[in-house]
Ligand binder design. Structure first.
Ligand SMILES: NC(=O)c1ccc[n+]([C@@H]2O[C@H](COP(=O)([O-])OP(=O)(O)OC[C@H]3O[C@@H](n4cnc5c(N)ncnc54)[C@H](OP(=O)(O)O)[C@@H]3O)[C@@H](O)[C@H]2O)c1
Length: 332
């Protein structure tokens, strides 16, 4: 098996911690290193107590490009705040050239910085996964964007005249640094909407649906839910007459045939059944000309780090589920 060495930029954040967790048991990964400015010199478990005894190593102040250049299969995963990797990219790109890494390094960016950039491949891995094979520049999708696209892509077959989506997210969606709107006491017993009809993930969703042949008239209302991790999305849309729940379910099963990490379930998907996993669970209901799709996933799992590992696997020619065949605990 290929011997993979991974460097994570921003390893002290929620995404960085999840990547360290997943990749520590990945059979192809030989070394794991990670940077973080404010925790440099401290062990990974100082910031991620769940990793104590599992993942050795310390946060480093800056990347060791020379060490990465020795790798048979070098991988860089950027888990930095929005805008930061894009800002650093010109300098990093020049450094990669100096170290002979420019063409060999597989890069996965978790931020939105390159998601609309045609020079990067958009890593919605459960849609046309063959796109990811051998790719060296991957823009990992947003967490809401992943849920919405998995819900809506199968609908492109009918191109509904209208689609309304509400989606609730947990507080970890905003990263490790608390703000007025994400701090636990201000949201633990609350439920609210935000960025109504104006969330930044709409652009990547609409672009994918357009590529699938549907200029979707999307109405998207994001919500802030009193949970730590998870996304629950509800899409409602008009359906052509004659499609009942069984037919809609069969359509989704056919669309996601062979996609191990997309599970079509009966009744309702449950956020807790996807927590800490690479799974997205989907249920559908149809009545008259009214269609509903429900999606649950973990914003830090399928919505971020686990999807990044799926992309890493495909980019390096490994089976997609390598290091990822775990379900959530139950109950969580
Ligand atoms: N959270 C989610 O559910 C989710 C889902 C999908 C995508 N994303 C995207 O993934 C990225 C990472 O998200 P996250 O939730 O892991 O964020 P986070 O918890 O806030 O972690 C950010 C990391 O970057 C480092 N960092 C912060 N400012 C920096 C700067 N100016 N320069 C260099 N390093 C800096 C932080 O450590 P130091 O400050 O110590 O350097 C930390 O290690 C974001 O772009 C986010 O939009 C997040």
């Amino acid at each position: 098996m290929t011997s993979v060495d991974v460097l994570i930029l921003g390893a002290s954040g929620y995404g960085g911690g999840e990547l360290l967790r997943w990749l520590s048991s990945h059979p192809a990964v030989k070394t794991l290193r990670g940077t973080a400015r404010s925790h440099a010199g401290k062990p990974f478990h100082a910031q991620h107590p769940n990793l104590r005894g599992l993942v050795a190593g310390t946060f480093e102040a800056a990347p060791d490009w020379a060490a990465l250049a020795q790798s048979e299969a070098p991988v860089l995963i950027a888990a930095l705040p929005h805008g930061e990797f894009g800002k650093q990219w010109p300098e990093i790109e020049a450094t990669l050239k100096e170290h002979g890494l420019a063409d060999r390094l597989t890069i996965i960016d978790l931020s939105a910085d390159f998601r609309l950039d045609p020079a990067w491949v958009y890593g919605l891995v459960d849609w046309q996964p063959e796109r990811m094979q051998g790719v060296r520049r991957i823009a990992n999708p947003g967490c809401f964007a992943t849920a919405l696209q998995l819900a809506l892509l199968p609908l492109a077959a009918w191109r509904p005249a209208f689609v309304a989506v509400t989606a609730a997210t947990g507080s970890s969606g905003s990263g490790a640094t608390p703000s007025d709107t994400t701090h636990h006491p201000t949201r633990a017993n609350d439920f609210r909407a935000y960025k109504v009809l104006g969330h930044q993930h709409e652009a990547e969703v609409l672009r994918t649906l357009a590529a699938a042949g549907w200029e979707a008239p999307l109405s998207f209302v994001p919500q802030s839910a009193p949970m730590v991790r998870g996304i629950f999305a509800t899409a409602q849309f008009p359906l052509p007459a004659g499609i009942d729940t069984a037919a809609l379910k069969a359509h989704f099963e056919a669309f996601y045939q062979g996609r191990f990490f997309v599970r079509i379930v009966d009744g309702t998907p449950r956020v807790a059944a996807t927590t800490g996993s690479a799974f997205a669970d989907i249920a559908v209901v149809a009545k008259g000309n009214h269609g509903v799709v429900l999606v649950a996933l973990d914003n830090l799992g399928k919505g971020m780090a686990a999807q990044a590992v799926q992309n890493l696997n495909l980019a390096l020619g490994l089976p997609e589920w390598t290091g990822l065949r775990f379900g959530s605990g139950w109950p969580v």
